[in-house]
Design a protein. Structure first.
Length: 140
């Protein structure tokens, strides 16, 4: 496994496990009080369909798991197994994370944690792009 692949494995596991933890926090205490998330809920309650989706963090936790947790961990598995679609999966994961954080930039006030995770997504995207370019056949 080359250095780019190792870094991609690190980022996919880091982001995937972080998303699992975030999902656990939101499902364990949907009010958000235990983990200090309650201050975020009023921002979510201004969104469309807030009466159904954003009374608490249950739907947000499931969305986090589906959009970021599962894809990142599946991509880590593809990278470990050196599957030919691993670079594309990592590229998509980086893009999904940047889109997720981009939505947060629209909904919530600017904050350092979201900004850092956007950089994580961009890093993952760039590393996946490098790996994808390296794996393309050379035309002579």
């Amino acid at each position: 496994m080359n250095r780019t692949e190792k870094w991609l494995v690190f980022w996919t596991l880091f982001i995937g496990v972080g998303a699992l933890w975030g999902t656990f926090m939101m499902l364990h205490d949907p009010s958000g009080k235990t983990f200090g998330l309650a201050v975020v809920l009023p921002f979510l309650q201004t969104l469309p369909f807030a009466d159904f989706f954003f009374n608490d963090f249950r739907w947000s936790g499931l969305a986090l798991l589906i959009v970021n947790g599962i894809p990142q961990l599946m991509t880590a598995f593809l990278l470990f197994s050196r599957h030919r679609f691993a670079p594309i999966a990592a590229l998509i994961c980086g893009l999904l994370l940047m889109l997720w954080i981009g939505a947060q930039f629209i909904i919530f006030p600017l904050n350092i944690l979201s900004s850092i995770y956007f950089i994580f997504g961009a890093t993952e995207f760039i590393l996946a792009w490098r790996l994808l370019v390296r794996q393309m056949p050379k035309n002579k």
